[in-house]
Design a protein around this ligand. Structure first.
Ligand code: ADP
Ligand code: MG
Length: 236
């Protein structure tokens, strides 16, 4: 099953002299259960593509089928609903609320999902156990290492049981040891059935995924690289 299907996607910023074609006829499909990374030079359209895949932005033209529903031109309210139900996000800078504990940060996305308070706590606790933070439920972000904060962010991203987990440079702010902790969690989540798509510029991160999509100048120039293929590519 194609969980993500981008067809003839264009994204154009500005107009006239200042026009930028951030995405230039992108066609890309991702199967349910895949573990995929997106690579390519800076400015090649990776984040623009992720924002569209994540329903944070709409394409200028083209179709985007998420779980067989065309979401390309849905209004903001409908997109917000889809995001909450089907997608989880992890960002480079964690984006945790500093005044809340780990548990409270993970409870937050369920506020919109109509789940009773006890079940919210149970599900948030379960998600934090999954990422190995059962001893840190009541710590605030400043009391946690970068790797632990990113694990809280992952718990928050999976607590509504998304079909797709999206991550834009999730290890960009981490050292190599905590990068590996976080990558191990993504691998486990993928093994449990969640489709994972991440942007990275680190070959050692991309090598741990199953499939690498390569962007250049707003186009997908390679849609199915394997980790071994990366050894032959110039990465910039
Ligand atoms: N909001 C925006 N307004 C104007 N241009 C943008 C905007 N966002 C991105 N761009 C341009 O679109 C192109 C692709 O950007 P982006 O998707 O952020 O690339 P990447 O994530 O691969 O570095 C770049 O030329 C960038 O300058
Ligand atoms: Mg980017």
């Amino acid at each position: 099953m194609k969980i993500i299907r981008l067809e003839n996607i264009f994204k154009i910023y500005g107009s006239g002299e200042t026009e930028v074609k951030a995405l230039n006829n992108v066609n890309l499909t991702i199967d349910e259960g895949e573990y995929c990374s997106i690579m390519g030079p800076s400015g090649s359209g990776k984040s623009t593509a992720m924002n569209i895949i994540g329903c944070l932005d709409r394409p200028s033209s083209g179709s985007y089928y998420l779980d067989n529903v065309d979401v390309a031109q849905m209004n903001d309210k409908a997109l917000a609903h889809i995001r909450n139900k089907k997608l989880g996000f992890v960002f480079q800078q964690f984006h945790l609320l500093p005044q809340l504990t780990a548990l409270e940060n993970v409870i937050l996305p369920m506020a919109y999902a109509g789940i009773n308070p006890q079940e919210r706590r149970d599900r948030a606790t379960e998600a934090l156990i999954k990422v190995g933070l059962e001893k840190r439920l009541n710590n605030k972000p400043t009391q946690l290492s970068g790797g632990q904060q990113q694990r809280v962010a992952i718990a928050r991203a999976i607590v509504n049981r998304p079909v797709v987990l999206l991550a834009d440079e999730p290890t960009g702010a981490l050292d190599s040891r905590t990068t590996q902790e976080v990558m191990d969690i993504f691998s486990e989540l993928n093994a449990s059935g969640i489709t994972v798509v991440m942007v990275t510029h680190e070959p050692e991160v991309a090598r741990q995924t199953q499939r690498i999509v390569w962007f250049r100048d707003g186009e997908v120039v390679h849609s199915h690289l394997t980790p071994a293929d990366l050894n032959h590519m110039a990465v910039s």
